[in-house]
Unconditional design. Structure first.
Length: 132
């Protein structure tokens, strides 16, 4: 997704909102009812009917690193979500397979206090383009 004026998944207290056309990720929010890392996928279909989200059952702990991982099938037919090495969720057809995806980390603050993130690294890998 090219970004532009789109935001990734976020929560205003009324549930997860995804404006992105195609994307995968994790969301945690101190607003609303999201108390665990939640797997999110948005697919570019009419009326956002391609959006999916489900809790991982893994709650972030202050001053503790979490390893978040997403593995996609070669043709985009599935996305597997992992928290600290444990497989938590699978989405089928999570994004439009023809669209390329890029990595990103977003942090949104609210007026409820200081928000910070300590990001160690982001590993991105994909199959090599055959050139055809």
């Amino acid at each position: 997704d090219s970004g532009g004026s789109e935001q990734p998944a976020y929560d205003t207290g009324g549930g997860i909102i995804t404006n992105m056309a195609d994307g995968l990720g994790f969301i945690y929010s101190n607003l609303g009812s999201i108390t665990d890392w939640t797997a999110v996928a948005a697919r570019s279909v009419a009326a956002d009917s391609g959006d999916q989200s489900v809790t991982t059952g893994k709650t972030p702990v202050a001053n503790t690193y979490d390893v978040l991982e997403i593995r996609m099938g070669d043709s985009g037919e599935y996305a597997d979500f992992f928290v600290n090495g444990e497989h938590t969720n699978r989405f089928t057809n999570p994004v439009e397979a023809k669209n390329l995806l890029g990595p990103g980390i977003w942090l949104f603050g609210s007026d409820t206090g200081t928000v910070q993130i300590d990001w160690d690294y982001c590993n991105v890998s994909a199959a090599r383009d055959s050139g055809t």
